[in-house]
Design a protein around this ligand. Structure first.
Ligand SMILES: Nc1ncnc2c1ncn2[C@@H]1O[C@H](COP(=O)(O)OP(=O)(O)OP(=O)(O)O)[C@@H](O)[C@H]1O
Ligand SMILES: [Mg+2]
Length: 383
C-alpha cells in the first residue's frame, strides 16, 4: 500500500506531500489541483512503461506543465518575478509499506539538437522504507548512470548507462540484478485509472463487441458487456445483481451473446423488452461501467477514480459509494470528487476513509489543515 505521495512543481502542485490510506477522497473547489494530482499519479504510472517523457509532451511539454509561479513563495509579500537560482525540476514520487520510488525531470543542457526542449530524467531512486535515506537506497540513477546495490548490500561495480529519456524502471527491472525494481515496476503497471467514461450516442461502451473474459474493464469501457459477464461468472456470488438492485430496484442486467458478440440487456419495470446498451440513459450506462470497473475480479494495487459521480443522479450516489467502499476492501483507492453528498455516502460506509481537501493559496495547491509538521517525512535527492 502507498503511504505517501509527493509532487513538486507540477502545475499548481508546487510542493505537496500527501499521506495516503486505504481509501482516500481528494476534494476541493474548482481549480484547486484535483485533476493535477490525478495526472501526476498517471505520470508516475507512465514512467513504468517508459512513457513519462512522451506523456509530458502530450500535455504541452515540460515548460507548460511546470509550476508557473515564482521559485520561492513568500506568504507575506506580493508575488514577484525573480531570477531563477535553482535548476528546472519537476519531481514526483511515492513511498509504500516496503519500497519507495521517485523521479526528477528537468531540461537538457542545450547542445543544438532539435530535441533541446525534451525533458530529461535527471534523477531516479528506489529505496526501502518510508523515505529516501542513503543507507536504504537500492537503485539510483544520476543522469546517464544507473547504480544497483546487490543483495549483499554492496554497490555493484561500474555503473550502467541509460538514455536520458528512458526510465530505469523499464530498462533495468531485472529479476537477477534488480528484483525490487521489477517488483515496483510491475506494481506501477498495474495501477488502474478511470476518468470520465464516454456515454454519448457513439460511445465505445454502447457498441456490441465480441466478448472474451475481461477481468479488467478497459479505460474507455468498450468491453463493458464482457466485463459485467466476467463479474457475474468470476466475481463474488450475487455481487452484480446486488449492485443493480441497490441502484435500480426491481431491475436486472443480463448479458446476451449472439455468436460471441456480447450485449447488455437491461430489464426494467414497465417495459415489454429489455433495453440494449445503445438505448440506456447516460446515467444508467455510466453506473454499469462503474459496476464493471469496481467489482473487478482482479483488483489492482491502486485504483484511481476521477470524478466518478459525473452525470449520476444524487439518488445513485449511495450505490456508487457502496461500490467504491467495497472495492477499497481489496485494493487501495484514491477518489477525486467534488460532490459532498457522494463523500458523505462514502464516509457513512467507511469510518477510516481519509478526506483530503485541497485549497489554493497564491496559485499553489495546499492541503487543508496540514501544517509543516503534519507532513509525512519526505526527502528529494540533490541533482
Ligand atoms: N503550469 C501551471 N502552473 C501553475 N498553475 C497551473 C499550471 N497549469 C495549470 N495551473 C492551474 O492549476 C489549477 C488546478 O487545476 P486542476 O485542473 O487540477 O483543478 P481541479 O481541482 O481539477 O479543478 P476542477 O474542479 O475545475 O476540475 C488551475 O487553476 C490551473 O489554472
Ligand atoms: Mg478537475
Amino acid at each position: 500500500m502507498l503511504t505517501t505521495l509527493a509532487v513538486e512543481n507540477y502545475r499548481s502542485l508546487r510542493r505537496v506531500v500527501m499521506p495516503l490510506r486505504g481509501l482516500n477522497v481528494v476534494t476541493g473547489a474548482n481549480g484547486t489541483g484535483k485533476s493535477s494530482l490525478y495526472r501526476a499519479l498517471r505520470l508516475l504510472a507512465d514512467a513504468s512503461r517508459n512513457g513519462a517523457v512522451a506523456a509530458l509532451a502530450r500535455e504541452g511539454g515540460l515548460q507548460s506543465t511546470l509550476w508557473a509561479g515564482p521559485e520561492h513563495v513568500r506568504k507575506d509579500r506580493p508575488t514577484q518575478g525573480t531570477r531563477r537560482t535553482g535548476p528546472v525540476t519537476l519531481r514526483m514520487g511515492f513511498a509504500g509499506d516496503d519500497y519507495g520510488y521517485l523521479m526528477d525531470l528537468g531540461l537538457p543542457i542545450p547542445n543544438g539538437s532539435q530535441f533541446d526542449l525534451d525533458p530529461e530524467i535527471k534523477r531516479e531512486a528506489l529505496w526501502a522504507g518510508p523515505f529516501l535515506r542513503p543507507a536504504a537506497l537500492l537503485v539510483e540513477r544520476t543522469n546517464h548512470e544507473v547504480r544497483i546495490r546487490s543483495a549483499s548490500g554492496e554497490w555493484q561495480r561500474g555503473g550502467h548507462q541509460i538514455q536520458t529519456f528512458d526510465s530505469m524502471l523499464s530498462e533495468f527491472a531485472d529479476p537477477e540484478r534488480a528484483p525490487e525494481l521489477l517488483l515496483v515496476r510491475e506494481r506501477l503497471r498495474g495501477w488502474r485509472f478511470y476518468d470520465h467514461f464516454r456515454t454519448d450516442a457513439t460511445a465505445p461502451a454502447r457498441r456490441v463487441q465480441v466478448g472474451t473474459r475481461t477481468a479488467v474493464l478497459s479505460a474507455d469501457g468498450a468491453d463493458v458487456a464482457a466485463a459485467l459477464q466476467t463479474v457475474r461468472e468470476l466475481g463474488p456470488q450475487g455481487a452484480l445483481d446486488e449492485a443493480i438492485e441497490l441502484a435500480f430496484p426491481g431491475s436486472r442486467v443480463q448479458i446476451t451473446n449472439t455468436a460471441g458478440r456480447f450485449e447488455i440487456a437491461f430489464h426494467q419495470h414497465g417495459l415489454l423488452r429489455p433495453l440494449s446498451g445503445a438505448e440506456l440513459s447516460d446515467g444508467t450506462l455510466r453506473y454499469l461501467l462503474w459496476v464493471a470497473a469496481l467489482l473487478t475480479p482482479r483488483p489492482p494495487e491502486l485504483l484511481v477514480l476521477n470524478e466518478p459521480e459525473t452525470s449520476l443522479h444524487p439518488d445513485l450516489l449511495p450505490a456508487l459509494a457502496n461500490l467504491v467502499v467495497t472495492a477499497a476492501k481489496e485494493t487501495q483507492v484514491i477518489v477525486v470528487t467534488h460532490s459532498r453528498p457522494f463523500i458523505a455516502s462514502m464516509e457513512a460506509l467507511s469510518p477510516d476513509l481519509q478526506t483530503i481537501e485541497l485549497v489554493k493559496e497564491k496559485g499553489s495547491t495546499t492541503i487543508t489543515g496540514q501544517g509543516p509538521l503534519d507532513e509525512p517525512p519526505w526527502k528529494w535527492p540533490s541533482r
